[in-house]
Design a binder for this molecule. Structure first.
Ligand SMILES: [Zn+2]
Length: 69
């Protein structure tokens, strides 16, 4: 007797990102280990964005320059 398998829920995304997922800055793509701080932004799981302290400093610099003009 073969029991019909119920349709499984769709698993989102490839599983290889699971436990070994390296968090990276979404701007410069440096891994967490290469930067001082990694600040998490909006989004969840693989869709979450991050920004590192270097990029925050760079953005602050750019914005400060823009305000001067
Ligand atoms: Zn960065």
């Amino acid at each position: 007797m073969t029991k019909p398998k119920p349709e499984p829920f769709v698993v989102e995304g490839p599983r290889k990102f699971g436990a070994q997922r390296v968090l990276r800055c979404s701007f410069c793509w440096k891994p967490r280990s290469a930067v001082g701080h990694l600040v998490g932004g909006p989004g969840e799981g693989p869709n979450q964005v991050f920004i590192c302290d270097e990029c925050v400093a760079l953005c602050a610099e750019i914005m400060a320059e823009e305000e001067d003009n």
